[in-house]
Design a protein around this ligand. Structure first.
Ligand code: SF4
Length: 646
């Protein structure tokens, strides 16, 4: 390899069945420049190696941890590592999870670009990477532990609390629960696609890493200079909340401060399974008020200038003294609590912490909770169905019991662990209420939902349904944030009045998705780019300075993003996606809201035309949603021509 920086020349290939670890050269430089790293290289390996019909939990399906060329470097927020496999619940999709904290940077500092796991260990194991030394360790004694205790015990065992990062699964990953995630560094984790279930199926409890080296760079002083310019633009001192960068909105404690402004006041809180948007405004207000009294300690990731993640200590009431470790976003608050009508802020912190401890990403599990709580409150199911649990809105003790039952595979909770497609039948068949439960569950394509109510923010909604790896956030267009970095200076109304206005929403979604996919290849947290003036130039320049690709420019950055979008679609194409799957959406999403701008308008009538427009912009066949030969040739992706649309 002739790349002069940003990459180590190899990945680790780990066969868990044979207990072997080998170093394997990275793909040639031509491929690196096309797909860069992170999600791009991860998907490239998946498409080249994974059996086409395999399931995420099959031993020969790879579980891929991939850094980007900027991970672990002086570039801003250079903490991102991407984890890729097949989706556990959306059968035709890839699973893609991003996580921050320190794990990816430490792996890079240990001298490794990524790791590909295949096979299945005969007994629980964890991998210990100490720079060049890589060893398997027995994990039988920590199998069954939650994620925080697993991190703690491994650090004690390795006798280093300060320089080791641990990525691990909790009981949910061990049990293969829908939504099982991979957690690291207490406040972080890779959630989308149930990657924790794939890790659990391999009997891999954790990966501990310590790295003491530095990443080779082509132009280190230049990269530092760009980082200084970038940091100044992250926090321009905006006083008007609607004009802020994402970094300004999320700095020092994420949604513990601005949650009411960003979601509550817009009626975007996922309230009581989307039945009561007004209730969510109060939910957000109460949470922010409580955090203003409590002790909030920001927890930055590696080289992070924003620190959206935080620990929060409850300092009053019966739960005083409890400390929750949280990421900075609002999905965990809504997924753990608002969806089931819990608005006591102390209970929100405790429920959120339980989900993180057992290792469940709420977007893929909470839809089942929301549906059964609503069914209980509507009188469709009763205590005799729930094993005696009272699911009245707001009953958080019952929620804790259901979560624990799900990971133990016991009781009523076990019926929720099977995912959004299976749950209505599992719970409702005997009572003849399967269809009623299907109407209540929040689900996109079998993969659950993003934990916000975006029925009155159509760009965000359209982004989530087209994102390419199940329901996920990936470039929200312009309904929720200004994107001057991408040429969109104004926030647009969330709801359209006619077809032309609806179609006008598609292009910003497409362009913001493409740029996010580029940023996701680099190894940076995208909160450091969103809304930042010049962020495409800054990130392209940083890449050129790290690697020595001096003529890498903004146009090439966009082309990389297009390639990644096509890689995601090629996974769909190989695994049986049909165009009708694009609109595999729960009826609840398509209902009009009872308040605000979407009081009378719903997106449903416009969606088919919006999808066609999106396919045209992507260069995909409008009848199948699959990349055309022309598109793949234009992007230099000839190796995948056999998968192209006819
Ligand atoms: S902004 Fe938040 S998610 Fe991103 S790297 Fe910093 S702490 Fe982690």
């Amino acid at each position: 390899m002739t790349v002069r920086g940003g990459y180590w020349p190899h990945i680790l290939r780990v066969d868990l069945g044979r207990k072997t670890v080998t170093r394997e050269a990275l793909p040639p430089e031509e491929d690196l420049r096309k797909y860069l790293g992170g999600i791009g290289l991860g998907l490239l390996y998946l498409l080249r190696e994974a059996p086409r019909t395999g399931k995420a939990t099959d031993p020969d399906v790879p579980l891929i941890f991939m850094n980007g060329p900027l991970t672990g470097t002086p570039a801003i927020n250079s903490s991102d590592v991407t984890i890729v496999s097949f989706h556990h619940c959306t059968p035709y999709s890839a699973a893609v999870g991003h996580t921050h904290g320190f794990w990816g940077a430490y792996l890079k500092h240990a001298g490794h670009q990524g790791i590909i796991f295949t096979g299945r260990s005969s007994s629980p194991t964890y991998l210990w990477i100490d720079d060049d030394n890589v060893a398997f360790r027995d994990a039988s004694h920590i199998w069954g532990e939650d994620t925080r205790e697993t991190e703690r015990r491994i650090k004690v065992e390795l006798d280093d609390d300060g320089n080791i990062s641990v990525a691990c699964i909790g009981r949910a990953g061990e049990a293969g629960v829908a939504g099982a995630m991979i957690k690291n560094d207490r406040n972080h984790g890779a959630g989308k696609g149930s990657l924790g279930a794939a890790m659990g199926a391999k009997n891999l409890k954790a990966i501990a890493v310590r790295g003491t080296g530095t990443v080779p760079l082509f132009d280190a002083p230049g990269l530092v200079e760009t980082a200084v310019e970038w940091e100044n633009l992250l926090f321009p001192g905006t006083t008007d909340p609607s004009q802020r960068t994402v970094a300004e909105a999320m700095q020092d404690g994420g949604n513990s401060r601005n949650y009411f402004d960003t979601f509550g006041s817009h009626r975007r809180v996922l309230s009581k399974n989307m039945t009561d948007p007004e209730w969510g405004a109060d939910f957000a207000r109460k949470y922010v008020e409580a955090c203003s009294r409590w002790s909030v300690t920001p927890q930055p990731s590696y080289n992070c200038k924003i620190s959206c993640a935080y620990d929060v200590e409850i300092t009053d009431g019966p739960m005083a003294g409890f400390v929750g470790s949280k990421c900075g976003g609002a999905e965990p608050m809504e997924g753990s609590s608002a969806i089931i009508g819990v608005d006591d802020p102390s209970a929100v912190v405790i429920l959120n912490d339980l989900y993180d401890g057992v290792g469940i990403e709420m977007g893929q599990f909470a839809p089942m909770m929301g549906a059964v709580y609503e069914a209980f409150n509507d009188g469709l199911i009763h205590k005799q169905d729930t094993g005696g649990l009272d699911l009245t809105w707001g009953n958080w003790e019952s929620a804790m019991e259901l979560i624990n039952q799900a990971v133990r595979g016991e009781g009523f909770g076990a019926k929720l662990a099977q995912g959004p497609k299976a749950m209505p039948e599992a719970v409702g068949a005997e009572r003849g209420i399967t269809e009623e439960l299907r109407d209540k569950i929040l689900d996109m394509k079998g993969g659950g939902a993003v934990m916000h109510d975006h029925r009155a923010a159509w760009s965000a909604f359209f982004c989530e349904m087209t994102a390419g790896y199940g329901a996920s956030t990936q470039g929200r267009g312009t309904d929720t944030f200004r994107r001057p970095d991408l040429g969109y200076d104004e926030i647009t109304p969330g709801v359209a009045e006619n077809l032309d206005e609806a179609l006008a929403k598609v292009e910003p979604v497409y362009r913001t998705q493409i740029m996010k996919l580029f940023w996701d290849t680099l190894g940076i947290c995208t909160f450091g780019t969103m809304g930042v003036a010049g962020s495409v130039r800054l990130t392209s320049t940083s890449l050129a300075q790290a690697t020595g690709w001096e003529n890498f420019d903004e146009q090439e950055a966009f082309t990389v993003g297009e390639r990644i979008s096509n890689l995601l679609r090629l996974v769909y194409a190989r695994r049986g996606f049909k165009k009708s799957d694009e609109l595999d959406l729960s009826p609840r999403f398509l209902e009009i809201t009872r308040v605000g701008a979407a009081k009378e308008n719903g997106i449903a009538p416009y969606l088919p035309a919006m999808v066609d427009e999106y396919y045209r912009l992507q260069g995909w066949n409008v009848d199948t949603g699959v990349p055309t030969r022309e598109t793949l040739k234009r992007l230099g992706m000839e190796e995948f021509l056999d998968d192209a649309a006819a």
